[in-house]
Design a protein around this ligand. Structure first.
Ligand SMILES: Nc1ncnc2c1ncn2[C@@H]1O[C@H](COP(=O)(O)OP(=O)(O)OP(=O)(O)O)[C@@H](O)[C@H]1O
Ligand SMILES: [Mg+2]
Ligand SMILES: [Zn+2]
Length: 240
C-alpha cells in the first residue's frame, strides 16, 4: 500500500521514528494513521444509488422543506455535532427519502474528514454473527472496538429484521459503547418507537432516542408505480 507522507515531516511515512539505537518510537502522525486504517477497514462506502445525492437535486430538493432545512443545519455544523455525539434519527414511511438524506449526511461527514461506518442493520447483525464463528476473520471485540470508535456510525433500516437475543445483546453493546463515549449515530427506520423497542430492545432504543434528533418523514412511497394495466390491455384480457 502506498504510504502517505508524514504530515509533520518527522517520519518516513511509516508512523514510526527509528532512533540511533534502532528502536522505533511512535511518530506524532501514528494515531491519525491508525484511525484512518481503522475506518478504511470498516464499511465507509456510500452505495452507488445514493452516491450523487445533493441538496440542490431531486429527490432531496423535493423532500419536505422543514426536514431538509434541519438536515442542512446539521451538516453545516457537522464537526460540532459529531464532536458532541449528536446524531439524527430519520423515521417514517417506506420510500420517503430517509436513506437518501442519511447518505447525504454521511457523505458530508466523510468529505469533512471524519471516519464513518455505514451499515444496514441486517448486514451489521450478520457481521456480528460472523465474529462468533470459530474461524472468524475478526474477533467480536475487534469489531466492537472499531464500531465504537468511528466518528459516525450510520445504521440504515433499523428494525428491518428479527434476530436472536445474543445478537441483540451485541447491538446493545455497540450502541451503549457509543452512548457512553458520546459518539454520534445516524439511523433510519420505518418502525414506530414502541414497535422498534419490541424488535431491538427498550434499552437500545432508549439510548438512541437520547443520542439523536428525531426527524419524521411521511408521505407516499416514491418508488411506487402504477400496476394498473392500460385500458386496451384490460379489454383483451377479458376476451381471452
Ligand atoms: N420526495 C421525493 N421525490 C421524488 N423521489 C423521491 C422522493 N423521496 C424519495 N424519492 C426516491 O424514492 C426512492 C426511495 O428513496 P429512499 O431509499 O431514500 O427512501 P427510504 O425512505 O429510505 O425508503 P425505505 O423506508 O424503504 O428504506 C429513491 O429512488 C429516491 O430517489
Ligand atoms: Mg431506506
Ligand atoms: Zn510521521
Amino acid at each position: 500500500m502506498a504510504r502517505d507522507a508524514c504530515p509533520f515531516g518527522l517520519c518516513d511515512g511509516s508512523g514510526f521514528i527509528i532512533g540511533d539505537d534502532l528502536t522505533a518510537a511512535d511518530c506524532q502522525c501514528r494515531a491519525q494513521r491508525v484511525a484512518r486504517a481503522r475506518s478504511r477497514s470498516l464499511s465507509a462506502v456510500i452505495p452507488r444509488k445514493y452516491r450523487h445525492v445533493a441538496f440542490e437535486r431531486p429527490p432531496i430538493s423535493d423532500l419536505p422543506e422543514p426536514i431538509v432545512r434541519q438536515v442542512r443545519g446539521y451538516v453545516r455544523k457537522i464537526d460540532e455535532h459529531l464532536q458532541a455525539g449528536e446524531g439524527l434519527w430519520l423515521f417514517g414511511d417506506v420510500g420517503t427519502g430517509k436513506t437518501s438524506l442519511a447518505m447525504l449526511v454521511s457523505q458530508h461527514a466523510i468529505d469533512a474528514g471524519h471516519s464513518v461506518a455505514i451499515y444496514s442493520l441486517p448486514r451489521l447483525l450478520a457481521e456480528i454473527r460472523d465474529t462468533y464463528e470459530d474461524d472468524a476473520e475478526h474477533s467480536y471485540v475487534q469489531l466492537l472496538d472499531r464500531l465504537a470508535s468511528v466518528d459516525l456510525l450510520h445504521i440504515d433500516d433499523v428494525g428491518a429484521e428479527r434476530t436472536s437475543p445474543w445478537v441483540l445483546e451485541q447491538l446493545y453493546a455497540i450502541v451503549n459503547a457509543r452512548y457512553e463515549e458520546e459518539r454520534a449515530v445516524l439511523i433510519t427506520t420505518n418502525l414506530e418507537r414502541d414497535a422498534l423497542a419490541e424488535q431491538i430492545t427498550e434499552r437500545t432504543v432508549s439510548r438512541l432516542e437520547e443520542m439523536c434528533e428525531i426527524l419524521p418523514l411521511f408521505g407516499e412511497d416514491r418508488r411506487r408505480q402504477r400496476f394498473e394495466a392500460p385500458a386496451e390491455i384490460k379489454v383483451q384480457a377479458t376476451r381471452a
